[in-house]
Design a binder for this molecule. Structure first.
Ligand SMILES: NC(=O)c1ccc[n+]([C@@H]2O[C@H](COP(=O)([O-])OP(=O)(O)OC[C@H]3O[C@@H](n4cnc5c(N)ncnc54)[C@H](OP(=O)(O)O)[C@@H]3O)[C@@H](O)[C@H]2O)c1
Length: 289
């Protein structure tokens, strides 16, 4: 028998702020019984207060996507209470910025993959056996325009999102037969704590005052501010796109969210590689390189 939204159980990772917080609220407002998960429960006050005020079916539980035991305990807790999971939104993530020369594989690149890619895999591996048994389920992976196009000094971040894209496309073929949909959401520039939470590479080749990398990064950050002013969307808009996908019986495989993402994808699809590359250089560095 089909389940109505009110019976449906959703998990959202990284719900302490931004897209995760807005998505958890949007799903709960739409009738999903929603587990808003976060690694640090001290950050739960805001979502908890809104949920209480609006009398939403929303519970906050602890989940650090980097940690096997945390993932296992969270999913076990939900399954023992609700007996089912209909929707997983893999949203937890952060950005790492710096020239690839500056990035420590051990201390920076692996942790970046640990959260943005392995974190998503970790939770998927916990929920997939149950979804297979249910013969239904949906997994929405929050990727990025950086999962479709490379950006200078974002090689680490983009590589995690490109990997998430490939993983999601591949997984779709494996689990469609069990009634499980794998969806990608690709926002561009979103107003959230993401920009404050960005980690900068700590090896400092780029910080030398005579470094060409430093000059490029400074130019990039200046241009980036203009692009941000023009195109930044709210976390609520991304949450709406996620909700729209979540309530469809036959959702699309990809949701490109916001004008910036739409524009970049269109340009990537219609231009030759060289045209696109040259256009990006002009856009990102003001054409002065
Ligand atoms: N903002 C953008 O411009 C943008 C654009 C495209 C895609 N995205 C993607 O959207 C997703 C959400 O980002 P956002 O913009 O909402 O940024 P945000 O406000 O910084 O939210 C990121 C969330 O991820 C959580 N998180 C980080 N590491 C975690 C871990 N190990 N375990 C559990 N939670 C963890 C953070 O928790 P803490 O509060 O504990 O740090 C926070 O709740 C990310 O995957 C990001 O890559 C963002």
């Amino acid at each position: 028998m089909p389940y109505s939204n009110i019976d449906r159980v959703a998990i959202v990772t990284g719900s302490s702020s931004g897209i995760g917080l807005e998505t958890a609220l949007a799903l709960a407002r739409h009738g999903f019984y929603t587990y808003a998960t976060m690694r640090n429960l001290n950050k739960s006050a805001m979502i908890q207060e809104i949920a209480n005020k609006e009398e939403l079916s929303l519970e906050v539980i602890q989940l650090n996507v980097d940690n096997d035991l945390s993932a296992k305990n969270a999913v076990h807790d939900i399954v023992s209470k609700k007996g089912r999971i209909d929707l997983l939104v893999n949203n937890a993530g952060y950005g790492l910025i710096g020239p690839i020369e500056d990035i420590s594989i051990e201390d920076e690149l692996k942790p970046q993959f640990e959260t943005n890619l392995f974190g998503a895999v970790r939770i998927m591996q916990q929920v997939l056996p149950l979804m297979r048994q249910q013969k239904s389920g949906m997994i929405i992976n929050v990727s990025s325009v950086g999962g479709l196009a490379g950006y200078p000094f974002s090689a680490a971040y983009c590589s995690t999102k490109f990997a998430l894209e490939g993983l999601s496309e591949s997984l779709s073929y494996e689990v469609e037969q069990f009634g499980i949909n794998i969806i990608l959401v690709e926002p561009g520039l979103v107003a959230s704590d993401f920009h404050n939470n960005i980690r900068m590479a700590t090896k400092k080749v780029a910080a030398n005052s005579d470094s060409q990398y430093l000059q490029m990064m400074q130019k990039l950050f200046e241009e980036y501010k203009h692009v941000q002013e023009l195109y930044q969307i709210s976390a609520k808009e991304v949450a709406k796109a996620i909700l729209d996908a979540a309530i469809l019986d036959i959702p699309d495989q990809r949701y490109i969210v916001g004008k910036y993402s739409e524009m970049m994808v269109e340009q990537k699809m219609t231009m030759s590689d060289t045209e696109y590359y040259n256009m990006m250089k002009t856009q990102l560095f003001g054409g002065k390189l």
